[in-house]
Design a binder for this molecule. Structure first.
Ligand code: PLP
Length: 285
């Protein structure tokens, strides 16, 4: 089965799914994106991902180039045509194709829309979660509006590569006061010695993760103590557990931070329970 990608109104074979070289996404990283989990052929939390997409677009004053109902059809059709049962669907909207100029293009320039889907290996992800992952910490170098899910990801790219070169799977950014902001592509969490589950409050300095919202609901349902406050790397190193959340990872236990074991170097019960119950609190469509 060959992959197809939706590009500006048409499904194209993956090998020649292209946008113009003067697309502002390519030239200026002038666009936004979303990544939504696909599970059993259904989209996980599509409504909240779409709401966040609309918010990111509004913040950057990029119009959505098709009606919402049409976007819904395109998302499901992309998943169906690629026969994705478990995987991810990716949506990108840029300010469109125009002669290169930093200011906005002429009124009427049509934003570009790309939607692709790919499979992931559910069993492999479960094995990864059973072992837990390592993270490294590094200084926050991103811009001051990372609540916008912009395709401008250079600091995230460099952070992820630095993590990989140190044998880790994720990098946690640390602000100038020593507090963890979030991961290069995930939100960061710890479980304190007293059993409180802690994550940084939303604001311009982190992305409001949809998985983060789902985990908040799961914590309330399971009667666990939730603290929305910043935590330092030192506190994380003393934590009983740590984990990260993202649509592509669900809830992923963190067992090592900067080479030091967390919770004895094994995934903890809170992260494992949240991972198990996650989809009971998510919306499938
Ligand atoms: N923070 C960043 C920087 C991300 O890139 C992501 C996901 O890609 C997240 C957090 C988690 O967001 P979500 O749970 O919506 O996938």
């Amino acid at each position: 089965m060959s992959r197809v990608v939706y590009v500006n109104g048409r499904f194209r074979p993956h090998r020649n799914a292209m946008v113009h070289v003067e697309d502002r996404g390519y030239q200026l990283a002038d666009g936004v994106y979303e990544v939504c989990e696909v599970r059993d052929g259904r989209l996980v939390d599509q409504r909240r991902h779409t709401e966040r997409l609309l918010r990111s677009l509004a913040e950057l004053r990029i119009p959505l180039p098709l009606p919402l109902a049409a976007l819904d059809v395109v998302l499901h059709e992309t998943v169906r045509r690629n026969r994705v049962t478990d995987g991810l669907v990716y949506v990108q909207v840029t300010r469109g194709v125009a002669r290169r100029d930093h200011g906005f293009p002429p009124a009427g320039t049509r934003p570009s829309l790309v939607v692709s889907a790919r499979r992931t290996d559910r069993e492999q992800n479960e094995r990864l979660a059973a072992a837990g992952v390592a993270v490294v910490t590094l200084a926050e170098t991103r811009w001051a509006r990372v609540d916008i899910k912009s395709i401008s990801l250079l600091p995230n790219v460099l952070a992820k590569q630095a993590a990989r070169e140190q044998g880790a799977r994720e990098a946690w950014f640390v602000d100038r006061n020593g507090y963890v902001t979030e991961g290069a592509s995930s939100n960061a969490w710890i479980v304190t010695g007293a059993g409180a589950v802690v994550t940084r409050p939303v604001g311009p300095d982190i992305l409001r993760g949809i998985s983060r919202e789902v985990v908040k609901d799961a914590l309330a349902a399971e009667g666990l103590t939730f603290e929305e406050r910043p935590f330092t790397v030192a506190e994380a190193l003393q934590a009983r557990e740590a984990f990260l959340t993202a649509a592509s990872q669900i809830v992923m236990p963190v067992v090592r931070i900067d080479g030091r074991p967390i919770g004895g170097g094994r995934p903890g019960p809170v992260a494992a329970a949240l991972r198990r119950s996650f989809h009971a609190h998510a919306e499938l469509s």
